[in-house]
Design a protein around this ligand. Structure first.
Ligand code: NAP
Length: 525
């Protein structure tokens, strides 16, 4: 498939007239053709008008039709074969094996939402039959969930496939019945176009209105801001920086009609090493934790940026093991020059904080845009006193916080900002403390893990990839897993609707065979 540098607005390839952007290979600095002709407010307007025109037709397609669309996109992405992987590798410097895995995950996400659609529970069909004899009489009430409207999705820099053009936000919004307009991330423009063309073709092959999908490109904030501000857009999915996410939340709140922005922003993913586990497995935990820290050059939202333990001889073993393991880790190329600069600045700023000492380093950079892994240490007392130590340094950097005792560890846990994940390394003798910690961590994180590492997010029905601010802008939502569809649905109650006008999910006789809550009882008849 030829990459042209055009935007995809509905069925058309559109050459923008604002600033030209170029894809860059971060490993070499080489410019990767072609030029991408960015758009502005006019192109956002055109995509939004098409999305609005498509909305009623698309949301009223059958769940089966939307499931088939998602499956066709998944197959189309797989059919791109090596071309997609090679382009994504050139644009991101992510290893080929990682990108192949990410492609599988992207296809699986699309297929998961096809399954969700066929299962039907997403509609939350609920029937409260009329009670005419009651005083006062109860009307016939029936509830189902429907799509919110066109959705804007911002592709993430750190997942060129799984959180970008056909990533989790797009898959869940398309499943819900929402047209999607993606703002491509400037870090992987060619990858975005390849995947965008797959979706554009799938929409056309399914005979759906062209406005079901558009892909916009644009440097600077103009096109993204115009998109979020447009009255047709009813929700936003975003993964990126805290500053970017908050700017979009503000744009959404300043609209005449404010809308939800589901922004996944910053998280340092604390790992608590409890005493018995540290004593029994400290050296192994050190090795595995360092592997998790440097995985993907630390560019995972769930990267372990904070480690907490009580001072003890076992902690000395852990500390030495972690520092030694880090020494062997090579510097590796980050996604973009900007992300590498931000990492280097973050590490330099940590180096200037009094009482925050660098206790471990990986190998120094040998090429452009490479991050050298770093491990810092501080005391709980200093950590509690200096909020700067909670800042996310996006990349392979972590801070070990040494606590005087278990009570101080709990104090640090209570003091933490919201997180995507919190991890507890605990053996049986730690369980009493783990129970106290769990009570605190449930309030802090979207996912609490035991005896594992936070990197690696399963795409499944029970997954939560969300959490209190600043991990996300809406603590009630997840951006990974089947529940992600909830962000793009809203409930509607139909009161005393004539039978002929009832939507299929709510009709007498249950023609779709759904699990429905009928008179308070879950039933399938
Ligand atoms: P970003 O700068 O927030 O950009 C993400 C997307 O939002 C891009 O498409 C960007 O447009 C757009 N954007 C940003 N600010 C905007 C604004 N004010 N108005 C309209 N659009 C805006 O994130 P990034 O480029 O991925 O990485 C920068 C930093 O984000 C990293 O160094 C890291 O700190 C953080 N990050 C965190 C996570 C996480 O999951 N925790 C993931 C990725 C990145 P352009 O493409 O035109 O810039």
């Amino acid at each position: 498939m030829t990459i042209t540098g055009d935007m995809l607005i509905g069925a058309s390839a559109v050459r923008g007239t604002s600033k030209i952007q170029q894809a860059i290979n971060p490993a070499t600095g080489e410019v990767l053709g072609p030029d991408f002709h960015g758009g502005g407010a006019a192109e956002a307007e055109r995509a939004c008008a098409l999305a609005e025109a498509a909305f009623d037709i698309y949301r009223n397609t059958s769940p089966e039709a939307r499931a088939a669309l998602l499956e066709s996109i998944a197959s189309g992405i797989e059919a791109l074969g090596d071309e997609l992987i090679e382009r994504a590798h050139a644009e991101s410097a992510l290893p080929v094996a990682r990108l192949q895995g990410e492609r599988g995950r992207t296809a699986n996400q699309l297929r998961l939402f096809a399954r969700v659609l066929r299962d039907g529970r997403w509609q939350a069909a609920t029937l409260d039959p009329a009670l005419p004899e009651r005083t006062p009489p109860r009307p016939d009430l029936r509830l189902q969930k429907i799509a919110v409207g066109p959705v804007a999705v911002f592709g993430a820099s750190n997942f060129p496939l799984a959180f970008s053009v056909a990533g989790g936000d797009t898959a869940s919004a398309l499943a819900a019945g929402c047209p999607v307009i993606v703002k491509a991330h400037s870090a992987h423009l060619g990858t975005s176009e390849l995947v965008g063309r797959v979706i554009q073709n799938a929409v056309a092959d399914a005979g759906l209105p062209e406005g079901v999908f558009s892909l916009l490109v644009g440097a600077g904030n103009e096109i993204g801001t115009a998109l979020v501000a447009h009255p047709a857009i009813q929700a936003v999915g975003f993964t990126g920086s805290r500053a970017g996410g908050l700017a979009l939340v503000q744009t959404a709140n300043n609209r005449a009609q404010p809308i939800p922005v589901y922004a996944e922003m910053s998280s340092i993913n604390p790992v608590f090493l409890l005493p018995a586990a540290l004593q029994a497995r400290g050296a192994g935990i050190a090795r595995d934790l360092v592997d998790s820290l440097v995985m993907g050059v630390g560019q995972f939202c769930t990267n372990p940026g904070l480690v907490l333990a009580v001072d003890s001889p076992a902690l000395d073993v852990f500390r030495q093991g972690a520092a030694a393991a880090l020494t062997d880790k090579a510097a590796a190329t980050m996604l973009t020059p900007g992300i590498c600069r931000a990492y280097d600045n973050g590490v330099a700023q940590f180096g200037e904080i009094e009482g925050l000492l660098r206790i471990g380093s990986g190998q120094t950079a040998t090429g452009p845009n490479q991050a050298c892994p770093a491990l810092f240490e501080t005391s709980a007392e200093r950590f509690l006193a200096d909020h700067r130590m909670q800042a996310e340094v996006f990349g392979p950097a972590s801070v070990l916080v040494v606590c005087r005792d278990l009570e101080e560890m709990l104090s640090v846990a209570r003091h933490l900002e919201g997180q995507l994940t919190a991890t507890v390394q605990a053996d049986a003798d730690d369980h009493a403390l783990a129970a106290s910690l769990l009570t605190v961590l449930e309030r802090k994180a979207g996912r609490v893990l035991f005896n594992g590492y936070p990197t690696g997010v399963e795409v499944s029905f029970a997954m939560v990839h969300g959490g209190p601010f600043p991990a996300t802008s809406d603590t009630r939502a997840t951006s990974v897993g089947a529940s992600a569809i909830e962000r793009f649905l809203r409930p509607v109650c139909y009161q005393n609707l004539p039978a002929a006008l009832l939507p299929p999910a709510l009709q007498d006789g249950n023609p779709l065979g759904l699990w429905r809550l009928a008179n308070g009882e879950l039933a399938r008849h």
